[in-house]
Design a protein around this ligand. Structure first.
Ligand code: TRP
Length: 332
């Protein structure tokens, strides 16, 4: 049987290029390869650890769904759903929390980072930390283990969460016999950490991102902001170490990339590269941008697709949860 591949995106900010190149694009390619049974979802309840404004939460959640669909996710081929539509995940979340050691959660990086930041600011270690944030890795384990995912494409910063999911699965299996599959992660190597406008990792937390469906004028401006060095146009440049080249590779044809590589070696001005990059990116985004707008103005279309996906997902999660509960000792 085909392996199950699963991944989710949480609605905590506008989707940016880093999300697309690091997560969405490779996930869509894997789904298209036909080698996997793919389950992709909107991790909306994960977003609630941060977003406490109703309108914003709603907008961001639909935004994630519309992004996947605009970029070509085919709901006939991928089980595509909203986490909050699958109640079994939340029941499993509780079950798994009884097999997750608190010490392990203390070491989870998002929580640790929050504690560190508090220490530096001279605040109480747990200031501003809600239990949702602390339990975040357990809910993520439930997302993954519920569907017996074997492969989980994630960004580098999520590797620890997959390891935690494996740990929790092993603990449960140890008590009740083989139940959960141990998931593996895949990280796209060279794009795992895409630099943002300022050269640091592109991340919503650094405010250095290029939003995916930016209008052409804005997109051009942002591309112009990408940090480069002060070498003159005629100086030969190394494509390998250039952010602009890295981005160009994602959107240009093979031939265009080869030509650009030659230009770098000959010597090309950064302004020229930026122009070409804008051209390639805008060309690629034209259609998805329109589709995205269409979907965002038609939430009922998105709802229908997600509900059909939820039905397919629950056909898997409901019987599996029953099996899990029987092992625990329920008479279900
Ligand atoms: N934590 C992931 C992120 O921030 C999102 C996520 C939630 C996820 N549940 C998941 C990813 C399950 C993969 C599998 O990017």
């Amino acid at each position: 049987m085909a392996k199950t591949i699963l991944t989710g995106i949480k609605p905590t900010g506008q989707i940016h290029l880093g999300n697309y190149i690091g997560a969405i694009k490779p996930a869509l390619e894997l789904a298209d390869s036909g080698e996997y049974r793919a389950a992709y979802f909107v991790a909306d309840y994960h977003g609630l650890t941060k977003i406490h404004d109703g309108a914003e939460f709603n907008e961001l959640s639909y935004g994630i769904a519309a992004t996947w669909l605009a970029l070509g996710l085919n709901p006939d081929k991928v089980i595509f759903y909203r986490q909050s539509d699958i109640p079994e995940i939340f029941e499993l979340n509780w079950i798994l929390s009884c097999f997750a050691s608190k010490g392990l959660m203390n070491r989870a990086h998002a929580y640790k980072a929050a504690v560190e930041a508090n220490k530096i600011a001279g605040k109480d270690a747990d200031f501003g930390v809600n239990m949702g944030l602390f339990n975040y890795p357990v809910l993520m384990a439930a997302d993954i283990l519920m569907f017996k995912a074997e492969v989980v494409p994630v960004g580098k910063d999520q590797i620890q969460h997959i390891e935690i999911a494996r740990d929790i699965a092993e603990s449960f299996n140890h008590h009740y016999g083989e139940t959960f599959l141990l998931p593996e992660y895949t990280v796209q190597k060279d794009t795992a950490v895409l630099p943002g406008l300022d050269g640091r990792k592109m991340s919503k937390s650094y405010n250095n991102t290029i939003p995916l469906f930016e209008e052409p004028g804005k997109l051009q401006k942002l591309i112009n902001k990408i940090k480069t060095d002060s070498r003159p146009p005629e100086a030969p440049k190394d494509p390998q170490s250039s952010v602009l080249f890295m981005l160009y590779k994602e959107f240009a044809s093979e031939l265009e990339v080869e030509n650009m590589r030659a230009e770098y070696q000959k010597g090309i001005g950064w302004g020229e590269v930026k122009k070409e990059l804008f051209h390639a990116m805008n060309r690629f985004m034209e259609e998805p941008r329109e589709k995205y707008k269409e979907l965002m103005s038609s939430p009922e279309t998105v709802d229908k697709i997600l509900q059909e996906g939820a039905e397919k997902a629950r056909a898997v999660s409901a019987p599996f949860l029953k099996e899990i509960k029987r092992k625990i000792g329920f008479s279900v």
